[in-house]
Design a protein around this ligand. Structure first.
Ligand code: DP6
Length: 385
């Protein structure tokens, strides 16, 4: 049987200027522009293989070894857009095989446990559109492709680039100018590191989509955030990245995380994503920066209690020295076993039981965008291996 396959990997991104609020729910158009750092795929990535054949009667999807089928409206929207672009190519060049008319089999896997509690939708949709764009040999730019990923999950559009990425909100009603662009590539400022403290929590967090809808509808503070705060911060943060100015970058990152959690609290009913452990980590990082007399580490929190702490490599021994002192009992330090002897001991006083609220630490850094790969998750029948 004739079968075409392609595989790609895509990274996780963690926003330093948060996307929170939609002006159009179907097209996933945001109420503000946002900025993120793309993380290293060696630690966190989604691998997706896409296969198509005239024998596949319908589209199907397998996630982390389980057949899920194509259920969500958002996945359907992404596949529709990708097939439309492929169809345009086929119409221009009738000798091309009619891939746009055949079923698609999509098989996807994360290299990190879903139980780690990390939102994987960004990497997931970015890998899905990257693999299919490759399968269909689409000539569009990454920014164009990012508009398709955006329909899957807003933050996914930013995972189409490596390094430092902006999602420009745009102002067109059809979303044709709401896309991701590169602010700076990895090698512009490669010393950026991230320590993710996975915070344990039994409660189910409010999903981002419902949370942001509620904030848009009920929070007064939110109007101030999108009109007065974010537009200026967007420009200031891009400049801080261009200047490799960690002090400004870190200051804005922490302020923006707090601004986002403030509008969550201002929603009716209030949405709480931070828990006591998250708040302890916030205090710890402020104590460190205070002691250093400058910002050497910056925290940020998404729609959940996990902390992501950004810092520069030259301050690693200080930052990880402190975190290790109080969180050495959680798994995840194996990666830096050899570096531990250089960690600087800290005299900062902190709750010695705080580690009990953290299930693991992921030590990572900045990384590139989606990668094409020969590693395939489908067998020669187009089914999961
Ligand atoms: C707090 O991209 O998951 O992580 O577009 O509804 O899928 P949907 O939302 P999603 O929201 C991410 C929200 C955030 C901030 C951010 O990543 O910018």
């Amino acid at each position: 049987m004739s079968i075409f396959t392609a595989s790609a990997t895509a990274p996780v991104n963690i926003a330093t200027l948060k996307y929170w609020g939609k002006r159009d729910k179907t097209l996933n158009l945001p109420t503000n522009s946002s900025i993120s750092v793309t993380l290293d795929q060696n630690d966190l990535r989604t691998l997706t293989s896409a296969a198509t054949s005239p024998d596949f009667k319908s589209d199907n999807l397998w996630l982390n070894g389980k057949e899920e089928g194509i259920k969500g409206e958002r996945t359907i929207a992404c596949l529709r857009d990708l097939k439309k672009l492929r169809k345009e190519l086929e119409d221009q060049n009738p000798s091309l095989p009619k891939l746009s008319e055949w079923g698609l089999h999509i098989v996807s896997e994360n290299n990190f446990p879903t139980a780690a509690g990390l939102a994987s939708s960004a990497a997931g949709f970015a890998a899905l559109v990257s693999a299919i764009a490759k399968l269909y040999e689409l000539p569009q730019s990454m920014s164009e492709i990012s508009k398709i990923a955006r329909k899957g999950s807003g933050s996914a559009c930013r995972s189409l680039f490596g390094g430092y990425v902006a999602w420009e909100m745009g102002d067109k009603e059809d979303g044709s100018d709401s896309k991701a662009v590169e602010v700076a590539p990895v090698d512009h400022w490669p010393s950026m590191k991230a320590a993710i403290l996975v915070v344990s929590d039994d409660k189910k967090d409010t999903p981002s989509t419902t949370g942001m809808q509620s904030t848009v509808a009920t929070s007064d503070l939110f109007q101030y955030r999108i009109k007065e705060v974010v537009p200026k911060r967007f420009e200031d943060m891009k400049k801080a990245i261009q200047d490799r100015d960690f002090e400004v970058f870190g200051d804005l990152t922490m302020k923006d995380s707090n601004s986002f959690h403030a509008v969550c609290l201002d929603s009716v009913p209030p949405i709480f994503y931070l828990n006591d452990t998250s708040k302890k980590i916030i205090k710890l990082i402020h104590k460190l920066n205070e002691q250093e007399g400058k910002i050497v580490a910056a925290y940020t929190f998404d729609a959940g209690p996990n902390a992501v702490v950004y810092y520069e490599e030259q301050n690693e021994n200080k930052v990880l020295g402190l975190i290790h002192k109080y969180f050495s009992k959680v798994p995840g330090w194996e990666k830096v076993t050899e570096k531990k002897s250089q960690f600087i001991d800290s005299n900062i006083e902190f709750d010695t039981d705080a580690y009990k609220g953290v299930s693991r630490i992921i030590l990572t850094g900045i990384g590139p965008g989606p990668q094409s790969t020969d590693q395939s998750l489908v067998n020669d029948k187009g089914l999961p291996k």
